[in-house]
Design a protein around this ligand. Structure first.
Ligand code: UD2
Length: 319
């Protein structure tokens, strides 16, 4: 059955893939985006897609966007961990007050479900791996704390008003449309860009640090699935597999037929060594049994980039 779904931050990286997924499932989608980092070119021309330019911090904009909507995927955020450290007040305005606006409006408009972006950043330095949802939360940045506050607000709105919510703790999401030029680009986007331009990738530290890399199309599928489920609370969105940066460079060299050797730089302060998500809840609640392997995901990313370069953005979009 088709529904009308609001996607805040729908022109961004994860947002635009989620919009594609929801459209492919036959839903009507409304995007609310202020286009500060999201891009119109990430979105298709589609008869079931409506775009509202506005800000989640603005009550009138959120009310306008939520009118007639049944479910909401809330992804609009200030996404830079570094910026949250340098500008904590501005970051909290976006991430805490913006989310509060969305949750509160969802209650006023009688929405049946809100799925929102939390983050692995809520965990901070792990005590045990893999990180399960019950692990102690010790965020290392305002960004991580803001996401945790959002989880608490969502749970409280459930308690007070019966609003059904699910927060996904995204691990390291990668895939097409992650902009390597952005100061907040993830390591995969940066390494692919370096290798494609015959540059050495810069590794902060010794490259032995590991991450749980999740392909964005899997994230989009899980977002869509969660919108139509009843599960309440939080859930990791991870693969349960760890890869080191050196593994990543080796895989990319093979796929791109290059032989780049990394340049090693000082480790980032506050960098965590290992990150790996437990996936039992994700499997049980949302059935992501076989997430895309890193190799397959990197292949899809590289093929997408090649099409984009050859044909331009419209034809380059992923199905
Ligand atoms: C990810 C998320 C962040 C937050 C955090 C929580 C991304 C882009 N960021 O940060 O939003 O949720 O997890 O734990 O997903 N690195 C290099 N060279 C580079 C860039 C990065 O060596 O050119 C290293 C970096 O020092 C780190 C690893 O690669 O050890 C991953 O870095 P990242 O910025 O992609 O993601 P992360 O895990 O710091």
């Amino acid at each position: 059955m088709s529904a009308t779904i609001l996607v805040t931050g729908g022109a961004g990286f994860i947002g635009s893939h989620s919009v594609d997924q929801l459209l492919s499932e036959g839903h009507h989608v409304r995007v609310l985006d202020n286009f500060s980092s999201g891009k119109k070119r990430n979105l298709p021309e589609h008869p079931r897609l409506e775009i509202v330019t506005g800000d989640v911090r603005n009550r009138a904009d959120v009310d306008r966007a939520m009118d007639g909507v049944e479910r909401c995927l809330h992804l609009a955020a200030q996404v830079s961990v570094a910026r949250s450290v340098s500008h904590p007040d501005e970051s909290a305005q976006h991430n805490v007050m913006g989310t509060l606006q969305v949750l509160h409006a969802a209650c006023r408009h009688g929405l049946s479900r809100v799925v929102y972006a939390s983050s692995a950043a809520v965990y901070g330095t792990p005590e045990n791996l893999p990180l399960s949802e019950g692990a102690r939360l010790r965020p290392l940045s305002p960004y991580g704390l803001e996401k945790w506050i959002n989880e608490r607000y969502a749970s409280l709105q459930h308690q007070l008003h019966g609003l059904s919510t699910l927060g996904f703790r995204y691990f390291n999401v990668y895939g097409p449309r992650q902009d390597p030029q952005s100061p907040y680009a993830g390591v995969i986007a940066l390494f692919v860009d370096a290798l494609r331009h015959n540059r050495s990738p810069t590794v902060f530290g010794d490259g032995g640090q590991t991450r749980d890399f999740v392909f964005v199309a899997d994230v989009a599928r899980m977002n869509a699935r969660a919108l139509f489920s009843e599960h309440q609370g939080v859930c990791n969105l991870a693969t349960g597999k760890a890869s080191s940066l050196l593994d990543l460079i080796a895989a990319l060299n093979t796929l791109l037929e290059s032989q780049q050797v990394p340049r090693f730089d000082a480790p980032r302060s506050e960098d965590i060594r290992h990150s790996l998500g437990a996936t039992a809840r994700l499997h049980k609640w949302f059935g992501l049994k076989e997430p895309r392997s890193l190799e397959d995901g990197l292949k899809a990313l590289i093929e997408h980039d090649a099409r984009w370069t050859a044909q331009g953005p419209q034809e380059g979009q992923m199905a």
